[in-house]
Design a protein around this ligand. Structure first.
Ligand code: ADP
Ligand code: MG
Length: 250
């Protein structure tokens, strides 16, 4: 069942840059989906469209079979249901302590204070940050900051979690920890959507892959369907995942 669909999305920035054109995708509930494409192909823009942060000039977004409208209550609902973790954690983390940062969203929902406290602590424990809850986030490692940002989204109990280039700029240990966390979240029925230009990561991780190149979707399928098509990869300016190169002796 599709939880989130788009039809023919088009988006140009106010300066006239066309960033997304004719994008139709269908995201299945509970799956791990990767959008793969070179820099500048429109991945981050598409993600901001998916949760209503940007409004397309053309096309539609359908969440749970319902057309997304752009009035304030509808936008509040969709942003709670579809959380985004930005590529750069510093764009997302503002509060003086880890705890306060994760508490920000639930506090804004006017939840009773004890409920907020319980939820925040539970989430911090889940992402492995409870012990450093009183530290200032800006002194943490890249992987820890990423977990703070993820906690700030997870605490809102979204159905879909979108992560823009979640492993970029992380060391191998930090990246592995984030990967484990993503896979764990997915086991709890969460739909996980990521972007990456790392074909090896996408191939090994995703259930379904969309290739987004030059503003448009040029292909979609299981990792094997997408990455075993040398012509499509060439068009995308992407190489074959290493494990397939070995298999095909390229
Ligand atoms: P990706 O995430 O795949 O690297 P983006 O969505 O960031 O791609 O960018 C798609 C296109 O939109 C690029 O040409 C980029 O330069 C342009 N773009 C991104 N953000 C803005 C902005 N705020 N204003 C104008 N153009 C932008
Ligand atoms: Mg981007």
């Amino acid at each position: 069942m599709a939880i989130l669909e788009t039809t023919d999305l088009k988006y140009s920035y106010p300066d006239g840059t066309l960033a997304i054109e004719g994008v139709s995708v269908s995201i299945e509930k509970g799956k791990k989906i990767a959008f793969v494409g070179p820099n500048g192909s429109g991945k981050s823009t598409l993600f901001l469209l998916l949760n209503g942060t940007l409004e397309p000039q053309e096309g539609k977004i359908i969440f749970h079979g319902k057309l997304l409208l752009y009035d304030t209550p509808s936008l509040r609902d969709i942003r709670k249901s579809i959380g985004i973790v930005f590529q750069n954690s510093d764009d997302q983390i503002f509060a003086p302590t880890v705890y306060q940062d994760v508490a920000f969203g639930p506090t804004n929902l006017e939840m009773p204070a004890e409920e907020v406290d319980a939820k925040v602590k539970e989430t911090l424990e889940y992402v492995g940050l409870l012990e450093i809850k009183d530290k200032p986030p800006h002194h943490l490692s890249g992987g820890q900051k990423k977990r703070v940002a993820i906690a700030g989204v997870v605490v809102m109990e979204p159905e879909v979690i979108i992560l823009d280039e979640p492993l970029s700029n992380l060391d191998p240990v930090g990246a592995d920890e984030i990967l484990d966390l993503l896979n764990e979240l997915n086991q709890f029925e969460k739909t996980i959507v990521i972007s990456t230009h790392d074909v090896d990561f996408a191939y090994s991780w995703a259930d379904y892959i969309y290739l987004l190149v030059n503003r448009k979707i040029i292909g979609g399928g299981t990792p094997d369907e997408v990455f075993c098509d040398p012509d499509m990869l060439k068009d995308a300016g992407l190489r074959m995942p290493t494990i397939l190169e070995i298999y095909y002796e390229i």
